[in-house]
Ligand binder design. Structure first.
Ligand SMILES: Cc1ncc(COP(=O)(O)O)c(C=O)c1O
Length: 418
């Protein structure tokens, strides 16, 4: 099925939906309309089948067994490193570290790189639109090292305001970490100016790509970021598996994050030596089955073509923006479709997002309501929370129409009591 989509100009979401068993569910008497893809995506049958097949036929621990199924499991696991490297344009599979998720990837940098490189008085630069997972690890590090955290502000359109970039990035700046695509505003941040300026100042750059890698073509070599983090579960793969991409030299220089089995060369009573990267950063038995199924998820996306995925989401986002604006919703983030992805956070008729999400659920519509792990951004936007609808490959115009109809119904209920 997925193969049929290769390079086809028209993107057939209706066909794609057949690959996702969960989309057949009926919720509160209505077909499920799943619009919480920024939180996690649904999984195609192929990914579910890979998990089952692995446990039915190949399950064994990897890297150490000298028998057939262990060798097969090792080969399948390591093949995914190549699949990931190829998918994001990394030079070598060794640039890819498997973690649990984006959060753990960023923490790995904060521990393994940060504790060796951040000193008293150093500056870490973030932006006002970060997810908590790209704030809190740096706060922990900054507190420990007496370093300072600074923030690139955002403007009224929900874009980064780079007018003070030359002051914000200065000779004290050691690390710049920012979100590639915002999980609240949908903003796709342009990376070139920030990365170039950071490198000129001798700082390294971390890209939080949790929302961009699933939705658009990414090439880390062209981006020239030092690290890039993302999660399998937001791109059709299982939970519990994430990626940290790092440049070769940086990965080889860093000390381990977690110590234990698998990551060592030799262990003596008083000291140990470690494997080279990336294995140095993968202590203990890894998440073998989910990693292998993550490989299937990436192949599914590759068969669709990431250009096609982006084109589909641009079309749908335009439709959703128009539809929401027409009914008077205030949508946050850029209006220019080239600068945003399919994450639509909004306020509608002053109804609290939690009430709105509950009302939508009665119509089988799953959206997210809350601060979306971005409390500092909520303060900048001067709202306690937003309602967020987020799209993916299986989202259709019909889904958006159902969202709009249900919102109007909720509006009548809350404001007219009918
Ligand atoms: C932009 C962004 N960064 C980081 C994360 C954290 O991802 P995970 O929970 O998979 O670690 C998310 C999750 O929503 C996100 O949207």
């Amino acid at each position: 099925m997925a193969n049929l989509q290769r390079n086809t100009p028209t993107f057939d979401s209706a066909k794609i939906r057949n690959d996702f068993p969960i989309l057949k569910r009926i919720i509160n008497g209505k077909p499920l309309v799943y619009l919480d893809n920024a939180a996690t995506s649904q999984k195609p049958q192929a990914v579910i089948d890979t998990l089952t097949t692995y446990y039915e036929t190949t399950n064994a621990n990897i890297h150490r067994g000298i028998y057939k199924i262990s060798e097969e499991a090792t080969a399948a696991y390591e093949e995914v490193r190549s699949i990931v490297a190829n998918f994001i344009g990394a030079k070598e599979p060794e640039n890819i570290i498997f973690t649990r998720n984006t959060t753990e990837s960023i923490n790995l940098i904060a521990y393994a790189w940060g504790r060796e490189n951040i000193e008293t008085g150093d500056e870490i630069l973030l932006t006002e639109m970060e997810h908590h997972s790209n704030i809190v690890p740096w706060q922990i590090l900054a507190e420990e090292r007496q370093a300072t955290i600074k923030y690139i502000p955002i403007n009224e359109d929900g874009e980064l305001d780079l007018s003070d970039l030359n002051t914000l990035i200065n000779k004290k700046t050691r690390l710049v970490s920012f979100v590639h695509m915002s999980n609240v505003l949908g903003t796709i941040n342009s990376t070139e100016e920030i990365i170039e300026r950071a490198h000129q100042a001798g700082a390294i750059v971390v890209l939080d790509a949790a929302q961009s890698v699933p939705h658009m073509p990414i090439n880390v070599t062209n981006l020239d970021c030092d690290f890039l983090a993302f999660s399998s579960h937001k791109m059709l793969g299982p939970t519990g598996i994430g990626v940290l991409y790092g440049k070769t030299a940086t990965l080889q220089e860093m000390s381990p994050f977690l110590g234990g089995g698998e990551m060592i060369d030799e262990v003596h009573l008083q000291a140990s030596t470690y494997k080279k990267a990336p294995w140095r950063y993968e202590a203990g038995t890894p998440n073998i089955a989910d990693t292998i199924a993550f490989g299937t998820a990436i192949q599914y996306l590759e068969n669709l073509g990431m250009d096609n995925v982006r084109a589909h989401e641009k079309e749908l986002t335009t439709y959703a923006l128009d539809s929401l604006t027409k009914i008077g919703a205030r949508v946050f983030g850029p209006t220019n479709i080239e600068e945003r992805g399919g994450v639509l956070s909004f306020w509608y008729q002053d109804i609290h997002p939690h009430d709105l999400a509950t009302a939508l659920d009665t119509d089988g519509i799953a959206v997210r309501a809350g601060h979306h792990c971005a409390q500092p951004l909520m303060n900048v936007l001067k709202v306690p929370a937003t309602t967020r609808a987020s799209l993916y490959i299986y989202t259709t115009k019909q889904d958006i129409d159902m969202l709009i109809t249900s919102l109007m119904k909720a509006g009548k209920f809350f404001n007219n009591g009918t």
